[in-house]
Design a protein around this ligand. Sequence first.
Ligand SMILES: [Zn+2]
Length: 398
Amino acid sequence: MSLLKSDRCKHCKTHRGYRFCQRIGGGICWHDCNVLRVDFGCPEGCKYSLKKTEQFQLKTNADSQTEYRDLLRRQMNIWIETPQELLDGDVPADLAETPEGRRRLQTLLDGFPGSDVVPMAYLYKKLRLDASKLMAAAKNPEDVAVLFVKKCIVQDWDGAMELLSLAPHLQDPVYQTRYREMLANNKTIARFKEYDIISSAMSEEKNRILVHFEMNGKYDLTIGLVLVDGQWLVAGKILGKPEIYNGENEAIQQVALMLSKNDLGNVFPLLKKYSEIYVDSADFQYYWGLYYTFSHQEKKARMFMLNASTLDPTFVEALYNYAYMLHAAGELDEAETRYRKILSIDPEEPKTLNNLASICMEDKRLDEARELYKKCLALRPDFEIAQKNLEKLEELEN
Ligand SMILES: [Zn+2]
């Protein structure tokens, strides 16, 4: 037990204790670090010790905005109970007891510049002030990540899906159903009960962020968010640490190489390992689709091609394979819908034009079929199958 728990915080024994505390002499969590350092009593040599700066700003290190805002709230709690020079030595908590005192507090606090990091709303609420003038700050990305995680914990999959950058694509009912199933069927995600933010890292352009969580005191979860029209949305998640978030491409290449050598025995464990980490990777779903195609398991292959198209609705090869499998199985209506979807992304995809034409031909929509064949052959004059199909169509008409 002690061995298993060795990465826990020396103070609370609950959270991950990845930060060495010189006061306690062991690894602690950021929550307890905040409890300790807020008194300005930490050794200056610790990079997490506090240095006084301006009001409601602290010079220190924090691994996430959530941690920093927690620290500010703790500092605000102290501020409220301490005589303030800016208020002629009065204590804010005392002033908050009278209308006149609240007016003085309001004037002072309304004068502070707004920020989406400083939790001014917390201070206003504590002092019972009117917060209507506070900027309705855009939702902080870490808050969005936390909201997503909470939705997963209560298994509100539809609520979680509303927070995705993929949400507009998931309006397609086929994708929507499939995405919901993928979330619900993930055994690790289904076990989520508790969360703790470990750290976050913003891109230089400030339009992407990775938020690292520890779930249930043991699983790593990294959520990537992207800023779209001033709104933070969940772009993807991996069941792993942020260091490997960008390792996906390398893993993809490794799998692709093995598949190209038809090395199915070795590809299976590798695909399993990577797709359990990169749960939102369309590529790994696509490779599963190829794997099951090569091993002649039609039904599974089809499902994975649908997964890939769901995770990346612009992934033409996956879409084409899925549509073609429907077509081959005689599900012509759905195949046609999917072929048309491909043409809405890539209107000049020759295989799609040819296959859609043959569905039209079977359905006696001959004019439409002819037009599609002609378009296909104009783009690819050497496409023999399309050429033969068109000849067949013309025979049919004569
Ligand atoms: Zn702790």
